[in-house]
Design a protein around this ligand. Structure first.
Ligand code: G3P
Length: 217
Protein backbone atom coordinates (compact mmCIF):
# COMPACT_ATOMS: atom_id res chain seq x y z
CA UNK A 1 0.00 0.00 0.00
CA UNK A 2 1.32 3.46 -0.88
CA UNK A 3 1.02 6.20 1.75
CA UNK A 4 0.27 9.74 0.60
CA UNK A 5 0.16 12.63 3.09
CA UNK A 6 -3.06 14.64 3.10
CA UNK A 7 -1.86 18.16 3.85
CA UNK A 8 -0.41 21.34 2.29
CA UNK A 9 1.74 22.10 5.36
CA UNK A 10 5.28 21.91 3.92
CA UNK A 11 6.99 21.44 7.29
CA UNK A 12 4.78 18.44 8.06
CA UNK A 13 5.54 16.99 4.62
CA UNK A 14 9.29 17.44 5.05
CA UNK A 15 9.19 15.87 8.52
CA UNK A 16 7.18 12.83 7.43
CA UNK A 17 9.04 12.42 4.11
CA UNK A 18 12.18 11.94 6.21
CA UNK A 19 10.68 8.68 7.53
CA UNK A 20 11.03 7.20 4.03
CA UNK A 21 7.41 6.06 4.24
CA UNK A 22 5.79 8.80 2.13
CA UNK A 23 4.91 7.98 -1.50
CA UNK A 24 3.01 11.14 -2.43
CA UNK A 25 0.89 14.06 -1.24
CA UNK A 26 -2.73 15.10 -1.69
CA UNK A 27 -4.04 18.63 -1.30
CA UNK A 28 -7.47 20.14 -1.77
CA UNK A 29 -8.77 23.74 -1.75
CA UNK A 30 -9.53 23.59 2.00
CA UNK A 31 -6.02 22.34 2.82
CA UNK A 32 -4.52 25.05 0.60
CA UNK A 33 -6.61 27.73 2.33
CA UNK A 34 -5.52 26.35 5.73
CA UNK A 35 -1.86 26.62 4.70
CA UNK A 36 -2.22 30.36 4.10
CA UNK A 37 0.17 29.99 1.14
CA UNK A 38 -0.09 30.83 -2.56
CA UNK A 39 -1.53 27.71 -4.22
CA UNK A 40 0.90 27.39 -7.13
CA UNK A 41 3.90 28.22 -4.96
CA UNK A 42 3.16 25.70 -2.21
CA UNK A 43 2.34 22.93 -4.69
CA UNK A 44 5.61 23.57 -6.54
CA UNK A 45 7.49 23.38 -3.23
CA UNK A 46 5.73 20.13 -2.31
CA UNK A 47 6.69 18.65 -5.71
CA UNK A 48 10.33 19.43 -4.89
CA UNK A 49 10.11 17.66 -1.52
CA UNK A 50 8.23 14.51 -2.60
CA UNK A 51 9.02 12.60 -5.81
CA UNK A 52 5.69 10.73 -5.89
CA UNK A 53 2.32 12.01 -7.13
CA UNK A 54 1.24 15.39 -5.72
CA UNK A 55 -2.47 16.11 -6.12
CA UNK A 56 -3.49 19.70 -6.91
CA UNK A 57 -7.20 20.40 -7.37
CA UNK A 58 -9.01 22.37 -10.05
CA UNK A 59 -11.65 24.79 -8.76
CA UNK A 60 -13.65 25.51 -11.94
CA UNK A 61 -16.90 23.61 -12.43
CA UNK A 62 -17.14 23.73 -16.24
CA UNK A 63 -15.07 21.43 -18.44
CA UNK A 64 -13.50 24.13 -20.58
CA UNK A 65 -12.14 26.13 -17.65
CA UNK A 66 -11.29 23.01 -15.61
CA UNK A 67 -9.20 21.74 -18.52
CA UNK A 68 -7.30 25.05 -18.71
CA UNK A 69 -6.69 24.93 -14.94
CA UNK A 70 -5.63 21.28 -15.11
CA UNK A 71 -3.14 21.93 -17.88
CA UNK A 72 -1.71 24.87 -15.92
CA UNK A 73 -1.37 22.73 -12.79
CA UNK A 74 0.25 19.89 -14.75
CA UNK A 75 2.95 22.33 -15.94
CA UNK A 76 4.13 22.83 -12.35
CA UNK A 77 6.01 19.51 -12.20
CA UNK A 78 6.09 16.05 -13.76
CA UNK A 79 4.71 14.49 -10.56
CA UNK A 80 1.51 16.57 -10.47
CA UNK A 81 -1.73 14.63 -10.34
CA UNK A 82 -4.57 16.95 -11.33
CA UNK A 83 -7.56 16.58 -9.02
CA UNK A 84 -11.04 16.92 -10.50
CA UNK A 85 -14.43 16.42 -8.81
CA UNK A 86 -16.68 13.45 -9.60
CA UNK A 87 -19.06 15.39 -11.84
CA UNK A 88 -19.85 15.07 -15.58
CA UNK A 89 -17.55 17.98 -16.34
CA UNK A 90 -14.91 16.61 -14.00
CA UNK A 91 -14.88 13.26 -15.79
CA UNK A 92 -14.82 14.91 -19.23
CA UNK A 93 -11.74 16.78 -18.07
CA UNK A 94 -10.31 13.59 -16.55
CA UNK A 95 -10.52 11.79 -19.87
CA UNK A 96 -8.84 14.57 -21.87
CA UNK A 97 -6.05 15.05 -19.33
CA UNK A 98 -5.47 11.29 -18.93
CA UNK A 99 -5.36 10.76 -22.69
CA UNK A 100 -2.74 13.51 -22.79
CA UNK A 101 -0.58 11.67 -20.27
CA UNK A 102 -1.43 13.67 -17.14
CA UNK A 103 -2.13 11.82 -13.88
CA UNK A 104 -5.68 12.51 -12.70
CA UNK A 105 -7.09 12.02 -9.20
CA UNK A 106 -10.91 12.00 -9.24
CA UNK A 107 -12.07 13.24 -5.84
CA UNK A 108 -15.24 13.52 -3.75
CA UNK A 109 -16.28 9.95 -4.52
CA UNK A 110 -19.06 8.56 -2.28
CA UNK A 111 -20.48 5.60 -4.21
CA UNK A 112 -19.35 2.54 -6.15
CA UNK A 113 -21.28 3.77 -9.19
CA UNK A 114 -19.28 7.00 -9.13
CA UNK A 115 -16.03 5.02 -8.86
CA UNK A 116 -17.05 2.93 -11.89
CA UNK A 117 -17.53 6.10 -13.92
CA UNK A 118 -14.13 7.46 -12.85
CA UNK A 119 -12.36 4.27 -13.94
CA UNK A 120 -14.11 4.41 -17.32
CA UNK A 121 -12.94 8.03 -17.65
CA UNK A 122 -9.33 6.91 -17.28
CA UNK A 123 -8.64 8.18 -13.77
CA UNK A 124 -5.21 7.40 -12.37
CA UNK A 125 -6.63 7.52 -8.84
CA UNK A 126 -10.16 7.49 -7.38
CA UNK A 127 -10.59 9.12 -3.97
CA UNK A 128 -13.49 7.68 -1.97
CA UNK A 129 -14.02 9.72 1.22
CA UNK A 130 -14.33 7.10 3.98
CA UNK A 131 -14.46 9.43 6.99
CA UNK A 132 -17.14 11.71 5.61
CA UNK A 133 -19.41 8.69 5.01
CA UNK A 134 -18.75 7.51 8.57
CA UNK A 135 -19.52 11.04 9.78
CA UNK A 136 -23.11 10.70 8.50
CA UNK A 137 -23.59 7.18 9.88
CA UNK A 138 -22.77 5.23 6.74
CA UNK A 139 -20.04 2.58 6.45
CA UNK A 140 -17.22 4.23 4.56
CA UNK A 141 -15.04 1.10 4.52
CA UNK A 142 -17.77 -0.93 2.80
CA UNK A 143 -17.44 1.48 -0.13
CA UNK A 144 -13.73 0.64 -0.36
CA UNK A 145 -14.56 -3.07 -0.44
CA UNK A 146 -17.15 -2.51 -3.19
CA UNK A 147 -14.80 -0.45 -5.34
CA UNK A 148 -11.90 -2.91 -4.96
CA UNK A 149 -14.24 -5.76 -5.97
CA UNK A 150 -15.57 -3.92 -9.01
CA UNK A 151 -12.15 -2.79 -10.20
CA UNK A 152 -10.75 -6.31 -9.87
CA UNK A 153 -13.60 -7.68 -12.03
CA UNK A 154 -12.57 -5.49 -14.95
CA UNK A 155 -8.84 -5.12 -14.27
CA UNK A 156 -9.17 -1.31 -14.26
CA UNK A 157 -5.75 0.42 -13.93
CA UNK A 158 -7.30 3.07 -11.68
CA UNK A 159 -5.84 2.92 -8.16
CA UNK A 160 -8.15 3.21 -5.14
CA UNK A 161 -6.81 6.17 -3.11
CA UNK A 162 -8.54 5.90 0.28
CA UNK A 163 -9.25 9.45 1.46
CA UNK A 164 -10.88 11.20 4.39
CA UNK A 165 -8.99 8.82 6.68
CA UNK A 166 -9.73 9.30 10.37
CA UNK A 167 -7.33 6.82 12.00
CA UNK A 168 -5.06 3.73 11.76
CA UNK A 169 -8.04 1.36 11.71
CA UNK A 170 -9.21 2.87 8.43
CA UNK A 171 -5.74 2.29 6.95
CA UNK A 172 -5.40 -1.33 8.13
CA UNK A 173 -8.94 -2.23 7.02
CA UNK A 174 -8.46 -0.64 3.59
CA UNK A 175 -5.14 -2.47 3.21
CA UNK A 176 -6.88 -5.78 3.96
CA UNK A 177 -9.28 -4.97 1.12
CA UNK A 178 -6.40 -4.37 -1.26
CA UNK A 179 -6.69 -0.60 -1.74
CA UNK A 180 -3.53 0.63 -3.49
CA UNK A 181 -3.13 3.96 -1.72
CA UNK A 182 -4.25 5.71 1.46
CA UNK A 183 -3.83 9.44 1.95
CA UNK A 184 -3.12 10.13 5.60
CA UNK A 185 -3.43 13.29 7.63
CA UNK A 186 -0.06 13.73 9.38
CA UNK A 187 -1.51 12.81 12.78
CA UNK A 188 -2.80 9.48 11.42
CA UNK A 189 0.58 8.43 10.06
CA UNK A 190 2.17 9.31 13.40
CA UNK A 191 -0.58 7.42 15.26
CA UNK A 192 0.17 4.28 13.21
CA UNK A 193 3.52 3.96 14.98
CA UNK A 194 2.00 3.97 18.44
CA UNK A 195 1.07 1.07 20.70
CA UNK A 196 1.36 1.14 24.53
CA UNK A 197 2.85 -2.39 24.58
CA UNK A 198 5.61 -1.29 22.21
CA UNK A 199 6.50 1.57 24.57
CA UNK A 200 6.27 -0.72 27.61
CA UNK A 201 8.34 -3.47 26.00
CA UNK A 202 11.04 -1.08 24.82
CA UNK A 203 11.36 0.45 28.28
CA UNK A 204 11.71 -3.03 29.81
CA UNK A 205 14.35 -4.06 27.24
CA UNK A 206 16.39 -0.95 27.95
CA UNK A 207 16.07 -1.35 31.73
CA UNK A 208 17.35 -4.92 31.50
CA UNK A 209 20.12 -3.90 29.09
CA UNK A 210 21.25 -1.13 31.45
CA UNK A 211 21.72 -3.77 34.14
CA UNK A 212 24.31 -5.58 31.99
CA UNK A 213 26.57 -2.54 32.11
CA UNK A 214 27.47 -3.22 28.48
CA UNK A 215 27.51 -0.94 25.43
CA UNK A 216 27.39 -1.84 21.76
CA UNK A 217 29.61 0.99 20.53
O1 G3P B 1 -8.06 15.59 0.73
C1 G3P B 1 -9.11 14.72 0.44
C2 G3P B 1 -9.68 14.09 1.69
O2 G3P B 1 -8.73 13.25 2.29
C3 G3P B 1 -10.16 15.12 2.70
O3 G3P B 1 -10.98 14.46 3.61
O4 G3P B 1 -12.80 14.51 5.31
O5 G3P B 1 -10.40 14.98 5.96
O6 G3P B 1 -11.65 16.68 4.63
P1 G3P B 1 -11.47 15.20 4.96
Amino acid sequence: MKFFIDTAEIDEIRDLAATGLVDGVTTNPSLIAKSGRNFLDVVAEICDVVDGPVSAECVALDHETMLKEGRKLAEIADNIAVKVPLTPDGLKTCRVLAEGGTMVNVTLCFSAAQALLAAKAGATFISPFVGRLDDIGQDGLSLIAEICEIYANYDFPTEVLVASVRGPLHVAAAARMGAGVATLPPNVLRAMFKHPLTDKGLAAFLDDWAKTGQTIL
